[in-house]
Design a protein around this ligand. Structure first.
Ligand code: PDD
Length: 291
């Protein structure tokens, strides 16, 4: 597998970083996960904008311009022999010559990017839906920053996996914030709800697209906090992320959601989402082919 490390494309086996890299020592860095369909990057401008916001929030300079990022990502994609990609991109603060909490002044960030094959969830499996649990949100107060420091998220997600579920929905002060690695939507009496953006959740790119679909189709929607009780009594619950897209959740904490099957509204939205993917890929491909 060819990866990108600090300006070079090289086989994964040859990629080396210093053990003093602050990403390794402190989890001092930020990341993005970007899907590409038919070798075309999906929602790339939005992902690069969020990367820039994360870097800014942790006082790191952006090592590349948007155009440079896009050229690197396209080259990496071209080097892989599959069409649909999950691109993982991380920027750490780099390696100093000793371990020091204070931010060193003159070190260069470490940029690592890899691609893995994005395996589409087979349609019959999508239609089975998934199960989730709820837990107290014990993460920090800057969840809008896509930081590589993910120990809390890992431990929260694992509690779901231990119980045969695939996601943990997080609750802060009685209000649901998001999943351990996803955003959350509920449908109640014909209205779509998702918690509003703020420091307690990641502004998901998929979340924004779902809201765009609601806006464009005139489906009633509100960015509004909701309680765990409202979650339990919702007609539909979905989780969203760039790698999982929109997944219907049919049970939370062993309580059945709605009819216990993926809902009709979810079905409408996943069709619209697929349509957006196809439109973007065709548009990008045509723009690349233009002289
Ligand atoms: N995570 N909230 C959290 C905490 C996340 O980690 C993610 C995605 C999302 C959804 O964001 P988006 O729609 O932009 O993917 C929300 C990625 C996929 C990950 O860490 O692998």
């Amino acid at each position: 597998m060819t990866v990108f490390l600090n300006g070079e494309f090289l086989p994964l086996e040859q990629a080396r970083i210093s053990p003093l890299d602050r990403g390794f020592l402190f989890g001092d860095g930020v990341y993005e996960v970007i899907p590409a369909y038919a070798k075309q990057l999906f929602r790339i401008k939005q992902h690069l904008q969020r990367l820039d916001n994360s870097l800014d929030a942790v006082r790191m300079a952006n090592p590349y311009s948007d155009e440079e990022w896009q050229n690197i990502l396209r080259e990496l994609i071209a080097k892989q022999d599959y069409d649909d990609h999950t691109i993982y991109l991380q920027v750490t603060r780099g390696a100093d010559n000793h371990r020091n909490y204070a931010i060193p002044r003159h070190i260069e960030s470490t940029v690592f990017i890899m691609s893995s094959k994005l395996e589409a969830v087979p349609v019959p499996q999508q239609h089975l839906g998934t199960c989730a649990i709820t837990r107290e949100d014990n993460r920090w107060q800057h969840c809008d920053v896509k930081a590589i420091t993910l120990l809390a998220n890992i431990l929260l997600r694992q509690q779901a996996v231990d119980r045969g579920c695939t996601e943990t929905f997080l609750v802060r002060d009685g209000q649901v914030t998001e999943g351990a690695a996803s955003n959350i939507f509920i449908v109640c009496d014909g209205t779509l709800f998702t918690p509003p953006k703020g420091p307690m959740l990641l502004p998901g790119i998929t979340r924004d697209l779902v809201l765009e679909i609601a806006e464009n189709t005139g489906f009633p929607h509100q960015q509004q906090s909701f309680s765990v009780n409202k979650l339990f009594t919702a007609d539909e619950v979905w989780l969203t992320s760039s790698t999982r897209e929109i997944v219907p959740v049919i049970s939370v904490d062993n309580r059945r959601i709605g009819t216990g099957e993926p809902g009709e509204i979810w079905h409408e939205f996943i069709v619209a989402y697929d349509h957006c993917k196809q439109q973007t890929t065709t548009y990008n491909r045509l723009s690349e082919e233009l002289p």
